[in-house]
Design a protein around this ligand. Structure first.
Ligand code: 13P
Ligand code: SF4
Length: 314
């Protein structure tokens, strides 16, 4: 009689299928711990885009949200790209529908905007812009924009405002937001700080201005790993999506990570990221479905600004 637990069997079967299919499992830092632990690579949007472009595997299993898997297909179209749940979307992507941006750009054609799109957007939006950025390279990308053209930054008003503060470059900001990061408030972070006066605060740039003001460091999820490891403080208040805590606990076990009590929260679940489960990961590897597909002309138009970003942030 087998004594193996169902999750152990599932893990083993995922590894067997991965070998059979010559697949690579890429996971975002916000995925659940069991998915992070079985992945070949765990990282932020930028690191994941490089991994997707450079992989020799035949199949990319992308554990994140849809725009991330779509990005993998755009930069590496000959690969089969599957994702555990096709419905894993993103509130930022939803806040900037392609047809709306297209109409806005037509109405404002006289402005000759240089359009910078945060990677959290659809393939249609990517295809309409000049260059893509992630939270990890947004400052660099904005600094490299032509000085003689006005910039339109889509879709995240908070990341856009933070980059403006960092670079001094004025931009027109699309009014989108991440529903997870705008829930953290000045009051909630202040009350956690009051209980942990010696703690450092690290926050994602999708947070509001009032929350960013309270942070010692504002950065992408990958840079959070370096900040937490290098910070002289032992106590760190982490203001982002809760999956980050698993990665940080593994990388910096000596640190005391403070996510806050539920009434004063500094970490919260993204319902889209958490749609992925080990069971669905197993199923997408087994069935090679759902797959990311997109029309080739759209893919090509979206590829140019992504390639520009990857070259600029090397
Ligand atoms: P990172 O690129 O910093 O990992 O952020 C992605 C994201 O979706 C944040 O909400
Ligand atoms: Fe989108 Fe926010 Fe979820 Fe990141 S945390 S995937 S920005 S909804």
């Amino acid at each position: 009689m087998s004594t193996a637990s169902p999750s152990l069997d599932l893990r083993e079967d995922i590894l067997r299928l991965k070998k059979e299919r010559n697949a690579v499992i890429l996971a975002h830092n916000y995925q659940s711990g069991d998915i992070q632990d079985i992945a070949d690579y765990v990282g932020d949007s930028l690191g994941l885009a490089y991994q997707a472009k450079e992989t020799n595997a035949d199949v990319i299993v992308f554990c994140g949200v849809h725009f991330m898997a779509e990005t993998a297909k755009i930069v590496n179209p000959s690969k089969t790209v599957v994702l555990p749940d096709r419905d894993a979307g993103c509130s930022l992507e939803e806040s900037c529908p392609g047809p709306e941006l297209e109409a806005f750009l037509k109405e404002n054609a006289d402005k000759n905007y240089y359009v910078i799109a945060y990677i959290n957007c659809s393939g249609h939006v990517k295809a309409l812009c000049d260059v893509i950025c992630t939270s990890g390279n947004a400052v660099k990308i904005v600094e490299s924009a032509p000085a003689d053209r006005p910039i339109l930054f889509v879709p995240d008003q908070n990341l856009g405002a933070w980059v403006q503060e960092q670079t001094g470059r004025k931009m027109d900001l699309w009014q989108g937001a991440c529903y997870v990061h705008v829930e953290f408030t000045k009051n909630s972070i202040e009350s956690i700080k009051a209980k942990h006066p010696d703690a450092a605060v690290v926050a994602h740039p999708e947070c509001t201005f009032a929350v960013r003001l309270l942070a010692d460091e504002v950065c992408s999820t990958e840079k959070m790993v370096h900040f937490v490891k290098d910070a002289p403080q032992k106590d760190i208040i982490v203001v982002t999506e809760s999956g980050m805590l698993h990665r940080l606990r593994k990388e910096a076990p000596e640190k005391n990570l403070i996510a806050g009590p539920t009434d004063h929260c500094a970490c919260a679940d993204c319902r889209y990221m958490k749609m992925n489960t080990l069971e669905k990961l197993h199923s997408c590897l087994d069935l090679l479905s759902p797959q990311v597909e997109m029309p080739e002309d759209l893919r090509k138009r979206a590829e140019a600004p992504l390639t520009r970003m990857l070259e600029l942030s090397k």
